[in-house]
Ligand binder design. Structure first.
Ligand code: HEM
Length: 218
């Protein structure tokens, strides 16, 4: 098998794993809209369970870095191929805007992630492992609610969720193509599922951010 094909398959598998992460992340965040106490309980469990902290979290970090590194390599490789073969390529006719700009939407999502991790994750790591503050199971909802009170942050988040939608729109469909799955009956249904996922997941995150922004008490 050619290395470019292997790379595409690995890209698809790591992308599928990240999509699964996004789904569970959204479901937990939606709890913050429905019931703050349940959100606090689940967040506390996720934050202190050794299986999540010391196995799933490192796997997630590896998955993100891996997906990013493979994406950059694929882009470089595609650029090289394009320069040689398609000097007069009519890109609009051969591919969608989203498929040609995965590296751009991906880069913007990376910028969002850096902002997002500095908002929540770094604070969390500091709280638990550096400052060693005592467990306080009820603090998560307040922290999330407070950080979504900043209008600049909320605008940046909502723009990022739009870009995430574009990235997922192409990612979901091409993942099946990359692993060689093509079926006359299931492929059209999977395309519909991919479009629904790419719209509903980012929309769910928008809802969470706006809910907290508009329900600030001061
Ligand atoms: C309104 C939208 C979002 C909110 C309110 C939110 C909230 C949070 C919170 C509170 C944490 C900290 C979890 C902890 O205690 O460690 C977190 C972690 C994280 N979030 Fe989000 N998130 C949102 C959207 C997203 C999106 C769209 C992505 C990916 C594109 C994302 C990726 C991550 C990652 C990778 C982590 C680190 C997970 C870990 O703990 O290992 N988040 N998020």
């Amino acid at each position: 098998m050619k290395t470019s094909v292997i790379r595409k398959v690995l890209m698809a598998l790591s992308g599928a794993f990240l999509m699964f992460f996004l789904l569970q992340h959204l479901l937990i965040n939606l709890l913050s809209v429905i019931n703050p106490d349940t959100f606090n309980e689940v967040s506390h469990f996720m934050g202190y369970n050794p299986f999540i902290q010391f196995l799933m979290q490192p796997i997630l970090i590896f998955g993100v870095v891996f997906h990013l590194a493979m994406g950059v390599q694929l882009e470089l490789q595609n650029n090289k191929a394009r320069n040689i073969k398609y000097a007069k390529n009519n890109a609009n006719a051969n591919s969608t805007w989203m498929s040609r700009n995965m590296i751009i939407t991906g880069g913007m999502i990376l910028a969002f992630l850096l902002l997002h991790l500095s908002d929540f994750w770094i604070h969390e790591m500091d709280y638990k492992y550096i400052s060693g503050l005592p467990e306080e199971a009820g603090r998560y909802w307040e922290e999330l609610h407070h950080s979504m009170g900043n209008p600049i942050r909320v605008v940046l988040y909502v723009i990022s969720f739009g870009l995430l939608s574009l990235h997922l729109m192409h990612g979901f469909q091409s993942a099946f193509q990359s692993v060689g799955f093509n079926h006359s009956k299931y492929t059209p249904a999977l395309k519909k599922l991919g479009t629904a996922y790419a719209i509903l997941i980012p929309l769910g995150f928008v809802l969470v951010a706006l809910f907290h922004f508009f329900t600030q008490s001061h």
